[in-house]
Design a protein around this ligand. Structure first.
Ligand SMILES: [Zn+2]
Length: 435
């Protein structure tokens, strides 16, 4: 076992040293090909372990949880978001802790739980993701129902504002979290949403409040199905754009250095997980005070007098939220960079599910990425012509960097965010210490 850790670590370090990537997938893949039981043995060495899955927010929730717990425990965590079994295996080459906190792909979770029953499974939400990667959210639901019924001691931490999740997990050992705001944030269910039908009767649910996508306070007029009671909930949210937000829990407001309304759910999910491990609310917020978003999930950079904010977009719901946040920030220029490489999803038709019509204001836009023209067509159909196309992303970044624009927002798919971040590091940029 020890030898396997050493070989794994060596491979990972070599890949990094040779600049072939960060090695977070290959090293695990290699060790698992040598020893099929490696993950079983590694997981059995932990005192307990937590799996976090869902369409959006896995990485943020997992890293927040790991950050809080690490103040008291030694944590093994796949923090870069490499969330297949190989990435989880590789995280043991970084650190062998007492507690495992792993984000895991929705379709891969059954390949992990077969090795050891998790102590906690947390699920953030279930949206339609990249269309060609997973055809149906229904397939995921079926897979979960099939495999989770054998877990006798696992505690489930579930978003009660997502009707399909609330319905599936009402019969499990579940701790629900959700919002109970005094206002509705949206007037209508977004284009991007899937699950606003009663899982019982298949008729549309009536929503008293919609917070984002199909998440909200709902009720079925026929069977009475509605949000289950929350174990912990947020009663008010004050967002401060990229400067974080305050969440009201009980009688108190708690500040978090995490941006974007949608992240309130991820903070709450993480708080509930930590609470189940005996961390009090105050303690949780104190512990995550120095938390920083993972690279490119809202990273703030400075170059001379410019402020550059890098934001990841990967599916319609997330893109809508980024656009809403951008409205609050009043950018001088927005760069949208869309790639269709494997990690982004080859099918870019999801761009048609983004509500550009409602969520874009008059900011000038540079468009780049290998699917720049698809993006441009989408904007034209939204009656938006205030943009310029760059076939080469480096030219696009150069034009932005040497322009008069001061505040620049970059919205990029996964692979293009990596390329842009790498290219930006050639300039003399600094990371923000302000927020
Ligand atoms: Zn119903």
């Amino acid at each position: 076992m020890l030898l396997e850790y050493k070989i794994g670590k060596f491979i990972k370090d070599m890949i990094k040293f040779l600049r072939l990537g960060d090695g977070s997938t290959f090293a695990g893949k290699f060790i698992l090909s040598l020893d099929k039981n490696f993950l079983k043995k590694a997981l059995s060495k932990l005192d307990l372990y937590i799996l976090i899955t869902g369409t959006n927010g896995k990485t943020t929730t997992s890293n927040l949880t790991s950050h809080c717990l690490s103040k008291k425990y030694n944590i093994t965590n796949n923090k870069t978001g490499s969330n297949l079994i190989y990435g989880i295996a590789t995280s043991f080459f970084e650190n062998i802790g007492n507690i495992g906190v792993f984000e895991v792909d929705e379709f891969h979770i059954n390949r992990v739980i077969k090795y050891r029953e998790p102590d906690i499974i947390a699920i953030t939400n279930l949206f339609r993701d990249q269309l060609d990667r997973y055809t149906e959210v229904n397939k995921i639901k079926t897979l979960w129902k099939e495999h989770f019924k054998y877990l006798k001691n696992t505690k489930f931490v579930i978003n009660s504002d997502d009707p399909s999740l609330a319905f599936i997990f009402k019969d499990f050992n579940t701790y629900f979290y959700g919002l109970n705001l005094s206002y509705s944030r949206l007037n209508n269910i977004e284009n991007a949403s899937d699950s606003h039908y009663c899982p019982n009767c298949r008729i549309p649910l009536s929503y008293k409040k919609i917070y984002y996508s199909h998440l909200g306070n709902y009720e079925c007029s026929k069977c009475g199905f509605k949000n289950p009671e929350n174990y912990i909930q947020v009663d008010d949210i004050k967002t401060y754009g990229l400067r974080g937000m305050e969440l009201k829990i009980g009688q108190n407001y708690y500040f978090v250095n995490v941006q974007g309304f949608y992240n309130a759910y991820n903070v709450l999910c993480s708080l509930l997980i930590c609470n189940l491990l005996n961390f009090q609310i105050n303690e949780f917020f104190e512990n995550i005070k120095d938390f920083k978003s993972v690279f490119s999930r809202n990273e703030i950079l400075h170059y001379k007098d410019k402020e550059i904010i890098l934001m990841l977009v990967k599916n319609p719901v997330g893109f809508n939220e980024v656009l809403r946040m951008a409205k609050e920030e009043n950018f001088d220029l927005i760069i949208i960079s869309i790639n269709d490489w494997t990690a982004d999803g080859h099918d870019v038709s999801w761009l048609w599910d983004v509500d550009f019509e409602e969520n874009i204001n008059s900011t000038f836009i540079f468009i780049t990425g290998n699917r720049a023209y698809d993006m441009a067509v989408r904007l034209k159909y939204a009656n938006y012509n205030n943009f310029k196309i760059f076939e080469n992303y480096k030219e696009c970044i150069n034009s932005a960097i040497y322009s008069e624009y001061k505040k620049i927002g970059i919205m990029a798919t996964y692979t293009s965010s990596l390329l842009i971040r790498k290219y930006l590091s050639k300039f003399n940029i600094t990371k923000s210490k302000l927020y």
